[in-house]
Design a protein around this ligand. Sequence first.
Ligand SMILES: Nc1ncnc2c1ncn2[C@@H]1O[C@H](COP(=O)(O)OP(=O)(O)OP(=O)(O)O)[C@@H](O)[C@H]1O
Ligand SMILES: [Mg+2]
Length: 469
Amino acid sequence: MRAGSLRTRLVASTLLLLAIASTVIAVVTTVSLREILLRRLDGDVRAADRVLIRAERGSPPSLEVRDRGPRPPDTLTAVIRDGTVIAAAVFPIGEDPRPVPEPVHGVLAGVPVGERPRSVDLGPLGDYRVVATPMPMGDVIVSGLPEAPVQATVTWLVLIELVVTGITLAGAGAAAAIVVRRELRPLERVAATAARVSALPLDRGEVSLVERVPDVDPGTEVGQVGSALNRMLDNVGSALEARHESEVRLRRFIADASHELRTPLAAISGYAELTRREELSPDVEYSLVRIASQTERMTALVEDLLLLARLDAGRPLERGEVDLTALVVDAVADAHAAGPDHRWQLDVPEQPVTVPGDGSRLAQVLANLLANARTHTPPGTTVTVALTAGPSGARLSVTDDGPGIAPDLLPHIFERFARGSAGRSRDNGSTGLGLAIVRAVVGAHGGRVEVSSEPGRTEFVVRLPGSAP
Ligand SMILES: Nc1ncnc2c1ncn2[C@@H]1O[C@H](COP(=O)(O)OP(=O)(O)OP(=O)(O)O)[C@@H](O)[C@H]1O
Ligand SMILES: [Mg+2]
């Protein structure tokens, strides 16, 4: 049980309430019992007093206190004349009277005459309940009984109360812990279900939300929480299903549209090519060149969109052993041909590095990264392509010493249609899909791509797992 948990707090507050109730009961019982016992003692004190008065009556004034008739043990009797104790003794049963020590005589002389019995502290004799009665001759008789039996009874009661309360609290604590645990078990089931649901990957793909809180009893509050959670899960589940369906429809639409666009695009570029073979005026010639180049661009765009739609739909990749070294060498050679003004450097190990995957897609990854290093940097930039093989797979990096990527673009660089200053890029035929494709392809291979950039050093690092994910 953790401190501060609901269980701990419930048990603790139950115990606290019980402790307060027990204390109130104990205090009231103790005070009442003491009161009752003292009152009974007061009755006895008065009775002792009468015995003594009878004993005194009719005898000549004498300073001797005589004990006649039955009385409780340790009765105290004192005769006070003119404010001074002239005789005071305690009368045990079956023993000789013991004189009251001098130092407490003052206390006895000070007992107010004719009032209700009161408690006085008689030093070595302990506490006494005493009453002072005037005698016809002018003397005052103080009679008293020890309070010790009352005090002993009360002490016993307090001890018993302490022990019983302690045992009761311990037992109640254990019982409360068991009961609370049993009562909170349904809540734990709710929490466990919620935890399982929160661990589900709900953000993409087809999600089947089958988790439900088991054994809910709508008659209890906790059961109501459980069934509310279940209803919410029903709701979320169907919403996710609907979302997934519409996503699937959209993807299929994009894939179909891209696929359908390929054919007319091929036809357009074919016709443009054909027409250019004719004798044409320079204007028409120019238009045809533009048509051809725009068609080429649109074909590339459509191909990119189709590839992304297929990767989104989770189309299985072709699986084979891909020789990354060969891919890198070819890609750098192509880049060199396309960008002779850049300096291209290659850093590959002697042993060929292979990974499982789809060769033509991985070639596209390389081509996109190298095209970026070529088109988004000025001539004369050095581009280094490095490949290393580690125990967990291959690491491929494309580094250039160009101007770098704008800091506000960097966090979004792998998003679709994210590209640098739009005006300039569009002139290059830039669409902003290149790095989105890199990420999608690498992700489909179970790998990761990262970028770091500052002016003078931009690095893309692709990690591909060595064995099938
Ligand atoms: N090596 C780099 N140096 C500087 N900027 C870069 C580099 N690589 C990418 N970028 C920036 O990132 C943007 C996005 O790149 P991405 O490859 O996704 O799209 P694109 O190259 O603009 O278009 P596409 O590749 O689809 O033709 C680019 O527009 C460019 O501004
Ligand atoms: Mg690009």
